[in-house]
Ligand binder design. Sequence first.
Ligand code: HMG
Ligand code: MG
Length: 335
Amino acid sequence: MTAEERPTREPSAEETGVTVPAGLPMQVPSAGLPREVRIHEVGARDGLQNEKTTVPTRVKAEFVHRLAAAGLTTIEATSFVHPKWVPQLADAAELVPLLADLAEDPGMRLPVLVPNQRGLERALEMGVREIAVFGSATESFAKANLNRTVAESLAMFEPVVARAREEGLRVRGYLSMCFGDPWEGPVPVAQVVSVARRLHAMGCTELSLGDTIGVATPGHVVALLDELTSGGVPVGELAVHFHDTYGQALSNTLAALGRGVTVVDASAGGLGGCPYAKSATGNLATEDLVWMLHGLGIRTGVDLVRLSSTSAWMAEQLGRPSPSRTVRALTHREQ
Ligand code: HMG
Ligand code: MG
């Protein structure tokens, strides 16, 4: 990494205007919840993939470095998909080398999205150690996102997962449209469980249940988790991925924690959306998640001031305020 590419020093609290009220949130644990949660940060991938204006590669590298400096240890960096499908992430091969210093840290995980064998080859060439394939519970989204039927996309993933596992990589399996689909409406729980079990049987080491368009509600989350776990997928291999379109992401997360889930996807500053699901808005904001988890006395390892400073900085880069309620409150900005 050249001096120019190296991230700049962390801005001070005065510079970013981020202050957390002393002693808040008060820590009041609640029974039946985990003591620790691993946040799977998706801001640099899910957050940026929908941005119309191309974010320079060095800004993305700085974003990831700042997220790491804020204590996040799983940071989804980019996607090795077809560049025409997601132009914003066409610079994946330029970005990954800029993260080499982070990749050297054994405690740091930098997964990337890979849809097919071509994507896996590109990722392996860059020395990537963790990938995610991304399936759909519905035919409409499989077609829109992968140009494949559900069955064809599972057939496309099979050799990717097998080869990645042979190479010793961790493989996450995303499953989109688990709670509703913009074209098909309600998605039966049994349909989701059937595709999830296929991804699990294929060798995915973790399954992330995606509420791509943010329509889930807590009872639905519990029903799906219960069906999956009673169907043989251990809760320790499940993660949840909520978008906040209808303001349900935190309630849904709390419901999932109550069922024993300990991996939660979130996006710094609430960035996000999906280019192939127009009704998808931002992900659950990492700051909002951290505020709730810390209030519940659940460890995350995340420094909320540094994280909020990062999101405020990224919002400036994008020329748009952060949608995160916590970032707004901590920066005292009427954004
Ligand atoms: P396709 O057009 O069917 O591709 O797209 P193909 O297999 O027919 O190949 C056509 C050409 O593309 C070939 O080149 C391939 O080599 C090339 P040619 O021989 O014509 O010169 N190609 C590639 N080039 C670079 N990298 C690759 C690659 N693959 C093929 N990996 C494909 C099929 C899967 C490639 C395409 O549909 C695609 O890239 N889709 C990605 C869409 C995407 O990234 N969506 C957003 C992520 S999903 C999401 O956000 C949801 C999530 O957040 C969870 C949630 O919220 O639910 C994860
Ligand atoms: Mg998503």
